[in-house]
Write a protein that binds this ligand. Structure first.
Ligand code: SF4
Length: 374
């Protein structure tokens, strides 16, 4: 028997084709699509707005997946880290960051990552596999469900999460087709209804895919830069040996930005590697003409990493130079450091990946400083 299709892997257009193939009208597909992404929908039996016979027909040809967190940890600063185990074993994480009454959700696009950035714990895992569109979208639905359960109240479920950032585990643009499908579902007014201003995709610099993203959909772009010259970036981020800094910044210059929108550049300040005043001046020169904000990230030191965080006064001097050159900068506070959920670097250890249930709190190690959150 062929594997049944997961309805959450389909955009509205694809679901419409699927329903037409089953003899259902297009209007029914819209209704099914909207019901799929309502809180509380966990299977065909819970889709009570859909006629019983239609549900039975769908259940014979399709399935509906979901994710349940296997671990939820809350930081003293309110950041919440969710760990999800995928059906075939890998663990992934999402991080919810509350700030000033708003919630930003950072989600994963791959289990592990193949890009090999030297400062990133996720890189030590290698790539386990790409996430499906359903697995990307299900992180958002699971976190929404948990927020509702824990008493977070908003006028509508759509307002629970203000911003969505693809800055968790993995390089989103390396899983391009699934990323794009998930974006269409997340941004469809009949789906989860995120507007283009509320969604940010972060990349380490896959230049051809930056151009494709700009052609295919409208979302905010964040770029993990971390160096202002090719030699340093080649050392920190192997992707730079294929797509050098000038090609990357040319792609950023061509990225279509909506009115008053900017590109977010993340720059991790690492002692003795990329934190000098001449690095700051070079960065200011390189980014000339790009509407942007530079998010400066203090490096989170770890036993596994050979790098150290830049000194406080060095960071201040670096930021001052960028300010004087007219750039908007933000020195990111590390959120959720006490639960190892500070910004973007995630690694699941071997034993964790083998443990099918009952994960322990130490199971996931996260330094999270890969893709600076906007
Ligand atoms: S920083 Fe991002 S792209 Fe680089 S290895 Fe880590 S997760 Fe992958």
């Amino acid at each position: 028997m062929p594997e049944r299709i997961d309805l959450k892997n389909l955009t509205l257009g694809q679901l419409t084709d699927f329903c037409l193939g089953l003899g259902l009208p297009a209007a029914r597909a819209r209704q099914i699509f909207a019901t799929l992404y309502r809180p509380g929908t966990s299977g065909f039996a819970t889709m009570r707005t859909i006629k019983r016979e239609v549900r039975a027909l769908l259940a014979a040809h399709a399935c509906i997946s979901s994710l349940e967190p296997v671990q939820v940890e809350q930081s003293s600063d309110g950041t919440v880290k969710y760990a999800f185990r995928l059906h075939d074993g890998p663990l992934i994480e999402s991080v919810l960051i509350p700030q000033n009454g708003r919630h930003t959700l950072c989600i994963s696009s791959q289990a592990g990552c193949a890009m090999g950035c030297r400062f990133c714990l996720t890189a030590t895992m290698g790539l386990q596999r790409n996430l499906t569109p359903a697995e990307i979208v299900n992180q958002v639905l699971a976190v929404q469900g948990h927020m509702i359960q824990t008493g977070v109240v908003r006028a509508t479920p759509r307002q629970l999460i203000d911003n969505l950032v693809f800055m968790g585990m993995g390089e989103p643009l390396a899983n391009y087709d699934n990323l794009l499908t998930s974006l269409h579902i997340l941004m469809d007014e009949h789906g989860l209804g995120f507007s283009e201003r509320r969604v940010t995709v972060s990349t380490c610099g896959l230049v051809p895919r930056i151009a494709a993203l700009g052609r295919d959909i409208r979302v905010n772009l964040a770029v993990s830069l971390h160096a202002a010259d090719d030699a340093t970036r080649n050392h920190l981020m192997p992707v730079n040996r294929i797509y050098g800094l000038d090609a990357l910044l040319a792609a950023c210059r061509q990225y279509p930005l909506a009115h008053k929108r900017i590109i977010f550049f993340a720059y991790l300040l690492i002692k003795g590697v990329n934190d000098t005043e001449s690095d700051a001046r070079r960065l200011a020169e390189k980014l000339q003409g790009i509407p942007c904000r530079i998010n400066l990230l203090a490096y989170n030191e770890s036993e596994e990493s050979p790098y150290q965080c830049a000194e406080g006064q060095t960071i201040k001097a670096f930021q001052d130079i960028l300010h004087q050159a007219g750039y908007r900068t933000l020195l990111r506070n590390s959120r959720g450091a006490d639960i190892a959920a500070a910004c973007g670097q995630l690694a699941t250890s071997g034993p964790a990946a083998e443990s099918a249930c009952n994960p322990t709190p130490g199971m996931l190690r996260r330094q999270d400083q890969t893709h600076g959150r906007p």
